[in-house]
Structures are given as C-alpha cells and as structure tokens.
Design a protein around this ligand. Structure first.
Ligand SMILES: Cc1cc2nc3c(=O)[nH]c(=O)nc-3n(C[C@H](O)[C@H](O)[C@H](O)COP(=O)(O)OP(=O)(O)OC[C@H]3O[C@@H](n4cnc5c(N)ncnc54)[C@H](O)[C@@H]3O)c2cc1C
Length: 464
C-alpha cells in the first residue's frame, strides 16, 4: 500500500486528500494530512455574525474556472452554489476623491464598448484617444517576460496602469502591476499582443466568435456557496477519513532517505512513499531546506504579500445610503491605505438580512504591512476613517471584525514561469514529491483545488 503525507490543510491539501480518498477506501493508499493550526480550511473561513455571513478570506471564485464548482458538485453541494448578482454589478474607482463607475464593456482593463468608454469620466481624453488608436496596433514579436504595467503602458498609457491595472491586480494578488509577470498573471494578454497586436481588437473578435444563444442565461462572474466558503471546507472534511487528518501538527521538515520520505512533526516522525506539500511556497521552502537547498531557494524566491480584511455590519439606513454596486477600488495615487471595499449585501444573496449592510474592506501589500502591528480597534478605526472620507459614511457599525493573513497571497514576479520550470526539474529529482497551492499556476480557489488534485494524482503515479 502506498503511504502519502499531505502537509497543509487549506483547500489545496483538502482537495488532494479528497482525490486520494477513493483509493484509501479501496485499500491501495493510506494518507495522513498534517495541519499546523487548530482548524482546517486555511484562508477559507466564514463567520456568522448577527445574521450576516462574514468571509475572512475568499468570498467566492471565478465561475469560468470549473474546478471549484465541479468539486462542490462531487461532494453534494451542487444545489448550494450561488452566483453573484451581476445585474447590480457596478464597481467604482476612486479618482481624485470621487467614485467613478468602471464603464460597461471593460474586459479586465481592455475597453470593448467604444461609447461607454468614450463617455466615461474615468479616463482623460488623452487616454481615450490612445484606446482608440490601440485598436489599430498590428501583431508584434515580443521578447521575454515583462511586467503587467509595462504591457498595459505600451497599449494604453500610465493612467490605465494607475486607475485600472494596479487596483484590479492588487485586489487579486495584493501586488503591484509593475512587479507582476504578464506571462504568469495575464497570459492571454501576452498571446493577444503576439497574434493580434491590439488587445481591444482581439477581445472584440473573441467575443464575436462566441455568440451567446438567446435562450441561454449568462453565467454569473463569481460563484459562492449559500452558507459561505466554509461550507466547502466542512463538506469536504465530512467526505474524508477523520483519523487521517491531524490538526495542531506542524511539520518541521521532510527528508528523502533510502527511497522513502521521512516527515518530522514535533517529536514524532513517520515514513511515507510520497509527500504533497500543499503550502504557500515559502512554507514549502522551509520544510525542504535541508532536503534540497536548491529547490528550497527557488521556492523561497516566490514572493508573498500579506492582507487584512475588515468586515463591518451596519443597519438599514446605511444600506439605503450606499451607492448601488459591488464596491470600489482605490488606486495608489489616491494616497489611501484602503485598497478596496466590497458591498457584500449587493454582491451575493444570503449574505445579510434585508435590514443590514455588510461591507468588507481590504488592506494589502505594504499598506497591510504598515498597519500589521496595530490593534484590531486601530485597524477598524483606519477603515472607518477612510470609509468616511470616501463614502461619507459616519455611522457606527453594529459589529466589526479584523482578519489578518500573513504572507498568504503569492506574487508571480517577472520570470515566474521560468522559475516554475526550474522547480519542476528539481522536484522530479525527488521521486514522490508533489507541490500544490497558490504559489505556482494560479492563486484563486479553483486553481488551488486543481493543483491539489493534480498533486494527489502525481503522488500516486510517481510511487505507483
Ligand atoms: C484575504 C484573501 C482573499 C482572497 N479572496 C479570494 C477570492 O475571492 N477568490 C479566490 O478564488 N481566491 C481568493 N483568495 C486566494 C485563495 O483563497 C488562496 O490562494 C487559497 O485559498 C490558498 O489555499 P491553500 O490551501 O493553497 O493555502 P492556505 O489556505 O494558506 O493553506 C495552507 C495551510 O497550510 C498550513 N501550514 C502552513 N505551514 C504548515 C506546516 N509547516 N505544517 C503543517 N501545516 C502547515 C496552514 O496553517 C494552512 O492551513 C484570497 C486569499 C486571501 C488571503
């Protein structure tokens, strides 16, 4: 029988365990999952406070990536999936202290509706002219990797980097457009530039080729679960063998000895045929530091940033007074500490009673680092102060919660894909080692699930 160790009980590790579960039942695999904290789920955590569902980490996942919804269906949660209320979808960008709605038809940062963009006060006339000219760019042979900022600047100019690329990417990666790799983060953009030249023309063409059938309802952009993201964790855990899941058990290191893996957790160690490290890359680096310093070095070079989410519940007056839409993003140039705020009660059903408003504020990257040491009360005060400046929101919240996530968001820097090739080459020299998590090929929940499931299959094949 193959013995597999899974290190990390976030969604990546749980997805790996679920994939091994069938083989465990048939008696061909035995697995042990090690989780350092007292709870499973990693950054997926939902709290129910005064009738509101407050997400501490992710609130949803992208519907176009199938792996999370597929897993939900497999574990019997198909009827619990909910879509974002896209009819009310409107996101604002703070520009010189005013909230300006993102114009209709923006595909990430590429305008596809000329009139909507032309009339939008979000961009200056110079930028609008550049956007029109961009449609006539011809295909280009580009060199190696570059930052997202450099590609966007080439097509649309600095203002689009500041007002769109940067805040949108900070919202996902907690990082800045001038340090993130275009090939790793927006591979489609790099490809569109190579084949079409113009990103705008390429998007329009892609849309034309995919006409939606008139009777087919549009898919919501985001998917979540009725009882919040923790519902996924709880149901997944119910499908696993409880005695295989060890919480409060941090792994210090793993060693490859005599064709087997020795996993050391506290005073105990155990032997396995394969090891899945379902961890942030920096944590995997620490565990592998004596086993393979070169691999450990490559893993620790994958950057991570920290983030702080603040959940705030308000009464019906605030709900009435807030602007419609999903929330707003704050460009760096506005000089605020807040990166974004979500009007959760508008984004999803089942999140707040009709007489409550639920807001989620985000601080990320250096703005999160700068306030990290402050008390929860001080962080709440900063969030409230900035909400007052931006939304004129002076009311006292009914409740407030602060969630801190240290070095939890991977930053795919320029050259990330080349680094992954080197990591893969080094990993293959260690039979039975598999890596999963958000440090590699996708930071979102669906990609983490995919990575966990692939790692489980790899672990079985490598030692099969
Ligand atoms: C605030 C926030 C908001 C996000 N929003 C979204 C969103 O809306 N949509 C989306 O798709 N994605 C979102 N993401 C990203 C996504 O949630 C994460 O990338 C994903 O959940 C990571 O899962 P994971 O299992 O790989 O890692 P983690 O959740 O970090 O889990 C790793 C686990 O390993 C454990 N561990 C660490 N070291 C050890 C050790 N030595 N031994 C044993 N266990 C160890 C940790 O305790 C942890 O439980 C968000 C992330 C954050 C932080």
């Amino acid at each position: 029988m193959n013995r597999v160790a899974i290190v990390g009980g976030g969604i990546s590790g749980l997805a790996a365990a679920f994939t091994l579960e069938e083989s465990r039942r048939s008696g061909t695999v035995e697995y042990t999952l090690y989780e350092s904290s007292s709870r499973l789920g990693g950054v997926l955590r939902t709290e129910s406070i005064e009738g509101c569902l407050v997400e501490a980490g992710p609130d949803s996942f992208l519907s176009e990536k199938p792996w999370a919804s597929d897993l939900c269906r497999e574990i019997g949660l198909g009827d619990q999936l909910i879509g974002s209320t896209d009819a009310d979808r409107k996101t604002y960008i703070l520009v010189r202290g005013r909230l300006i709605p993102m114009p209709d038809g923006l595909m990430f940062m590429v305008p596809t509706k000329i009139l909507a963009t032309g009339f939008s006060p979000l961009f200056s006339w110079t930028t609008k002219l550049r956007m029109a000219q961009e449609l006539f760019r011809s295909a280009q042979v580009t060199g190696g990797d570059e930052s997202v900022a450099s590609l966007v600047k080439r097509h649309y100019g600095e203002e689009v980097v500041d007002r769109l690329a940067d805040p949108l990417l900070s919202g996902i990666y907690g990082g800045e457009a001038d340090s993130l790799s275009v090939r790793a983060v927006l591979p489609r953009f790099a490809e569109m530039e190579r084949t079409h030249g113009s990103l705008g023309r390429s998007m329009l063409e892609a849309r034309r080729k995919m006409p939606r059938k008139a009777h087919e309802p549009a898919k919501s952009i985001f998917t979540s679960l009725k009882n919040g993201m923790q519902q996924l964790v709880e149901n997944l855990v119910l499908k696993l063998n409880r005695s295989s899941l060890l919480v409060n058990t941090p792994v210090q290191f793993v060693e490859f000895e005599g064709g087997h893996w020795k996993v050391s957790a506290g005073a105990k160690s155990d032997q396995f045929d394969a090891v899945i490290l379902a961890l942030p890359a920096h944590a995997a680096a620490g565990i592998l530091s004596s086993c393979n310093p070169e691999l450990s070095g490559e893993l620790s070079a994958i950057g991570y940033s920290s983030s702080i989410a603040v959940g705030l519940g308000y009464d019906r007056e605030v709900r009435r007074a807030l602007p419609p839409g999903f929330g707003f993003l704050v460009p760096h140039s506005e000089g605020k500490r807040l990166l974004a705020a979500t009007f959760v009660h508008n984004k999803f059903p089942h999140r707040a009673p009709n007489d409550r408003a639920l807001l989620r504020c985000f601080f990320a990257g250096s703005n999160a680092d700068n306030i990290w040491e402050l008390s929860d009360d001080s962080i709440i005060a900063i969030a409230r102060n900035e909400l007052q400046q931006i939304l004129r929101l002076r009311s006292t919240p009914l409740f407030a919660r602060v969630y801190r996530w240290k070095s939890a968001m991977a930053q795919y820097g320029v050259g990330h894909l080349e680094r992954l090739d080197r990591i893969d080459r080094l990993r293959r020299q260690l039979p039975g080692l598999a890596l999963a998590g958000n440090g590699y090929r996708g930071i979102g929940v669906p990609d983490c699930i995919r990575s966990g499931r692939e790692a489980a299959r790899q672990a079985m094949e490598m030692r099969g």
